[in-house]
Design a protein around this ligand. Structure first.
Ligand SMILES: Cc1cc2nc3c(=O)[nH]c(=O)nc-3n(C[C@H](O)[C@H](O)[C@H](O)COP(=O)(O)OP(=O)(O)OC[C@H]3O[C@@H](n4cnc5c(N)ncnc54)[C@H](O)[C@@H]3O)c2cc1C
Length: 372
């Protein structure tokens, strides 16, 4: 994923610097200066995507409120001595079990082992993960016949969940784990952070080109803060279900039955995948509004006005640096829809006046004094 993103960033003219640790940030009304070792980088905006222990967040003194971790866990990629117990090895939950581990194949002859128990609760966050510790945890989960002979990589983590209350601090914005952390239940963190960047990227680009409408950049907070808050809530709920006591086993059994109902299953699947996100849009209700339009390829960073007929082409001609016009046979349940650069529908209808209202909510008209 990093390689794909890096290739695209370089294609677009970005410079990637590696091995430069950010140590200082200074901002004023016009710019931000970031100091990394001997280099000083001046820019109009800075986005802190520097993870759960974000230096950007700490340097600006931004609070990170939430819940401290209750569970201390470890993850390690292993070469097993023999075969795994089953392909995906998730032991049954039992109130008598003092530790637990999940083993999953991740390609080649490597397995990812995620484990916790009394030993992991005691060890310091930076204590190295040893083969002996891993083998004790494997035995506790699967019996003495499952052992590892080598560790490729290991790390400790907790189920702490925290979120900054404000994603924008002047010219500095936060995205990804720098803005929110939660337990890895459901594998939602990467998608959440990438979608933050997706939401922010086109808004920041419009701002830098002098083409953002008032409030467009701040809509990043309005749209993305609630999404992460919901992920924190669902991972906290999953954390409760993980605690192996008798009451929770009863609760789990009920949740398992509920998940067999298609509607409940769809609700949880939409929540965990982030595909049910619906950003609030100040326009008349339409089922597509605020939702991601699947299957649309947008490659040049512009929004797309998808229309059944050619009639609206002229009305967006002067916005062609921001909006691509495409006639489609697709059934949209509307004459036309305007899809933002991040793939979300911000207008649906046929009326030019309301289309122009939606356009000018995102983009300001071209200012002839701004050349690039
Ligand atoms: C055990 C575990 C399992 C997980 N499983 C999943 C999963 O299955 N699916 C999923 O979606 N998510 C999963 N997650 C969560 C996911 O890994 C994170 O949400 C995601 O990596 C966050 O991405 P990020 O880019 O915001 O931060 P990070 O991936 O933490 O990247 C931050 C980057 O900033 C750099 N950095 C930090 N400080 C500085 C500095 N001062 N100067 C310069 N650079 C700096 C770091 O070196 C790093 O490269 C898991 C997490 C854990 C702990």
């Amino acid at each position: 994923m990093e390689a794909i993103l890096e290739t695209r960033a370089v294609e677009l003219g970005a410079t990637i610097l590696r091995g430069h640790e950010l140590t200082k940030i200074a901002q004023n009304e016009n710019s931000v200066v970031a100091t990394a070792g001997s280099r000083r980088l001046r820019s109009r905006y800075l986005v802190g995507c520097d993870g759960g222990r974000s230096t950007v967040r700490e340097l600006l003194g931004i609070e990170f409120p939430g819940l401290a971790g209750r569970l201390r866990m470890a993850v390690a990629d292993l070469t097993l001595t023999g075969p795994a117990p089953t392909e995906w090895s998730i032991p049954e939950m039992s109130p008598r079990q003092s530790g637990k581990g999940y083993l999953a194949p991740i390609g080649g002859n490597t397995h990812r082992f995620l484990f916790y128990g009394p030993e992991q609760s005691e060890l310091a966050q930076d204590a190295p993960i040893t083969i002996d510790e891993v083998n004790r945890a494997l035995t506790a989960s699967f019996g003495p016949e499952v052992t590892a002979k080598a560790i490729r990589w290991g790390s400790r983590f907790t189920d702490a969940s925290r979120q900054v209350s404000t994603y924008r601090h002047g010219r500095v914005l936060l995205a990804g784990d720098a803005a929110h952390i939660h337990s890895p239940m459901g594998g939602q963190g990467l998608n959440l952070g990438v979608q933050d960047a997706f939401n922010l990227g086109w808004k920041l680009a419009a701002e830098i080109k002098g083409r953002a409408a008032d409030g467009l950049l701040d809509s990043y907070q309005a749209e993305r803060h609630p999404v992460a808050a919901r992920v924190l809530a669902n991972t906290r709920a999953q954390g409760v279900l993980l605690v192996p006591d008798e009451e929770n086993l009863a609760l789990r059994a009920i949740v398992e039955q509920l998940l067999e109902l298609p509607e409940a299953n769809m609700l949880v699947a939409g929540m965990m995948s982030g595909l049910d996100i619906c950003y609030p849009m100040p326009a008349s209700p339409h089922p597509l509004l605020g939702r991601r339009l699947a299957g649309l390829e947008q490659t040049d960073g512009r929004a797309v006005l998808l229309a059944a007929r050619d009639t609206l082409r002229a009305s967006v001609a002067q916005w062609s640096d921001h909006i691509d016009f495409v006639v489609t046979q697709r059934d949209l349940d509307a004459d036309a829809v305007l899809v933002r650069p991040d793939g979300y529908v911000c207008w649906a209808g046929s009326d030019v006046t309301s289309l122009m209202e939606a356009v000018t909510r995102q983009w300001a008209p071209r200012d002839p004094s701004v050349t690039s």
